[in-house]
Design a protein around this ligand. Structure first.
Ligand SMILES: *Cc1c(COP(=O)(O)O)cnc(C)c1O
Length: 368
């Protein structure tokens, strides 16, 4: 791999294929696979990731917001797209662009039916979301009768699937709670199916659900983080490959005298004669200020260099006193070896936030 000459987020599509195949290997052969590509495919690039997954024959895609689905349609993606969190103001666009809404409340149900009828739709596919304990979005167990009676009065929409979302599928201390969620989902969907004259698909599991609850895969699973290389546990991380590597370069080196300070607010004070490197990557690129003051780090020629002082908008300074390096050398923030999950842990967050934080200012480059 040639060394980078500027800040870049390198995305390994071969690693994406590996992760997809690994997650698929956990499923029964008839279980469908929905790939979650919300938030720029977890900070990478939703369009390129969706195109690649489409070549792998992924069954479904999901985004959070309508505009994310529109961007995929604009790019020529034809795979069905579930919009997890639409608003009524988006409903005309949703139908116009062949996107499929999550129907998570009575207000959403009523207003979507109204728009679908006004647009003379018949059997427009929707996905009904139930809350089984996350208490975020979704109908309650007690809403089943009301929802089905409303559905049975219109031909404008058809329920392609019924789904719910697990609150703690990665947490081995919450197995009891998760089992309760699975049972509740089973009860809800049994009742729903008994009241409607067709058979919607069922889906419940995210990545950790796929890994930890093989009895709850139902008709489809919804994977995000696993596709991007993280399994929410050390064991699973070994089976997956991070697809994104954030790399940069040393712009300038400085020799610092004892008691001199580095950066804004003079937050770092040199303890002796020290050597620092300035790197073109800052909080506007997704290196959050929490990385500063030696919480976060980068790797220079394989060695760990702490980020010193405050993170600036467009740069960070790192301590390279004991590292053999020079201007122009490559810097790794995270990659397949120095994982984003480790950066996340050091900065008090989770891989999801670390990788989705990388802003659109950083160039994306695709390999393999
Ligand atoms: C984001 C999201 C997922 C993906 O979860 P991962 O833990 O990234 O696999 C699945 N379902 C819903 C409803 C989501 O919002």
């Amino acid at each position: 791999m040639p060394k980078t000459k500027e800040t870049v987020l390198e995305i390994d599509l071969g690693a994406l294929t590996h992760n997809y195949n690994y997650l698929k290997s956990k499923l029964q052969s008839n279980t469908k696979f929905l790939a979650v590509v919300k938030a720029f495919a977890y900070g990478s690039d939703a369009i390129e990731i969706a195109k690649h997954l489409q070549t792998l024959n992924v069954d479904y895609l999901a985004v959070a917001y309508t505009k994310e689905g529109v961007a995929l349609r604009d790019a020529g993606i034809t795979t069905p797209i579930l919009v997890l969190h639409p608003q009524p103001i988006n409903f005309e666009t949703i139908i116009g662009r062949c996107l499929e809404p999550s129907i998570y409340s009575s207000k959403i149900l009523n207003e979507f039916i109204e728009v679908a009828e006004a647009k003379n739709q018949s059997n427009y596919p929707v996905h009904v979301k139930f809350n089984t304990g996350l208490n975020r979005l979704g109908f309650w167990e007690t809403d089943v009768n009301h929802v089905v009676s409303k559905l049975n009065k219109t031909n404008s929409i058809i329920v392609k699937s019924i789904f719910s979302h697990l609150a703690a599928s990665e947490d081995t201390n919450e197995i009891e709670f998760t089992r309760q969620q699975i049972n509740r989902f089973q009860t809800i969907t049994d009742q729903f199916k008994s009241l409607i004259h067709y058979q919607p698909w069922l889906h419940l599991c995210n990545t950790s659900g796929v890994i930890n609850y093989s009895n709850a895969h139902y008709d489809m699973v919804r994977c995000g983080i696993g596709l991007y290389g993280f399994g929410n546990s050390a064991t699973e991380d070994k089976n997956l490959k991070p697809i994104a590597s954030l790399k940069s370069v040393i712009s300038q080196m400085h020799q610092i005298e004892p008691k001199e300070t580095v950066g804004y607010n003079r937050a770092y004070k040199a303890k002796g004669y020290e050597k620092t490197a300035t790197i073109p990557l800052g909080h506007a690129d997704g290196i959050n200020r929490i990385y500063g003051n030696e919480k976060g780090f980068v790797f220079v020629n394989g060695k760990k260099a702490p980020i010193i002082g405050n993170v600036c908008m467009d740069m960070i300074m790192v301590n390279v006193t004991n590292i053999d390096c020079e201007e122009g050398d490559e810097v790794i923030i995270f990659d397949g070896k120095h994982k984003a999950s480790e950066v996340a842990e050091a900065t008090g967050t989770i891989s999801y936030e670390t990788i989705t934080s990388i802003s659109q200012r950083v160039n994306r480059k695709f390999i393999n």
